[in-house]
Design a protein around this ligand. Structure first.
Ligand code: PMT
Length: 221
């Protein structure tokens, strides 16, 4: 039986992976399917929360009873998060956000040049949304959760990232080409800014989502 412990709360969840366009047919992207973020949105709604789901390129059907905002790029994701933040009791950033985007967008398809080396793709830095919303909280007492996709030294990198980003909780999951991204399952450790470590064993993405909401609900009091 699901307790309605998030009733009266508004939560914002980001899901999916941003795509940074190079030209009308190409983009820089990542392997996020959005499944972990959607599991967070569904479970929060089941626990009574009003949910805003900011979805980047997932192609997944809208979960019932959830407000969905579709975005494409990191800059659009940032705008949607900043717009929703002032009313949010908690923000969970499960989306995989590109750290860089092409410096220039070619309005026509980039052509290959015969017998010549390609021009290098020049990248510029995208805003760090999680660090920004953590440093400048839109509401007092707002709980902010980040995710970290790591391939090695998972816990040490996660702890450093939690400090750098300034969020309250950081879910560290190990990823690989066939691990976590796109699959139905996940396995993680949730690190707290208070030094806590909550391991979540391998299981459905809903299982990890429920643990995240347990920790958020405790912090909201
Ligand atoms: O979508 P699935 O297929 O279900 O896979 C789930 C997942 C692996 C994508 C998810 O569980 C996950 O780990 N998401 C975060 C992936 C990621 O981009 O991690 P990161 O280490 O690059 O970023 C750390 C945190 O900062 C994340 O909360 C990210 O949303 C945020 N960030 C990153 C860069 C940036 N410019 N702005 C951000 O806000």
């Amino acid at each position: 039986v699901t307790e309605p412990d998030l009733e009266g709360r508004h939560v914002v969840v980001s899901a999916g992976g941003t795509r940074e366009p190079l030209d009308p047919v190409r983009f820089l992207g990542n392997r996020s399917s959005g499944k972990q973020g959607y599991a967070l949105a569904r479970t929060a709604a089941a626990r009574g929360a009003r949910v805003t789901l900011i979805a980047a390129n997932t192609g997944l059907p809208d979960p019932a009873g959830v407000d969905v905002v579709q975005v494409g790029t990191a800059v659009q994701l940032r705008e949607a998060v900043l717009k929703a933040a002032p009313e949010a009791d908690a923000i969970v950033m499960a989306a995989a956000v590109a750290d860089f985007r092409p410096a220039e967008y070619a309005t026509g398809k980039i052509k290959k040049k015969d017998d010549k080396d390609p021009d290098p793709i020049v990248l510029v830095r995208n805003p760090d949304i999680l660090a920004e919303i953590s440093a400048d909280r839109a509401r007092p007492g707002q709980v902010i959760v980040g995710f970290a996709a790591e391939t090695d030294d998972v816990l040490a990198n996660g702890r450093a990232k939690l400090t750098r980003k300034g969020c309250d909780l950081l879910v560290v999951n190990e990823v690989g080409e066939r691990k976590t991204f796109g699959s139905e399952e996940n396995e993680a450790v949730v690190l707290g800014a208070d030094g806590s470590e909550t391991p979540v064993s391998h299981g459905p993405k809903e299982h990890l989502a429920e643990t995240v909401w347990d920790l958020v609900a405790r912090r909201l009091g």
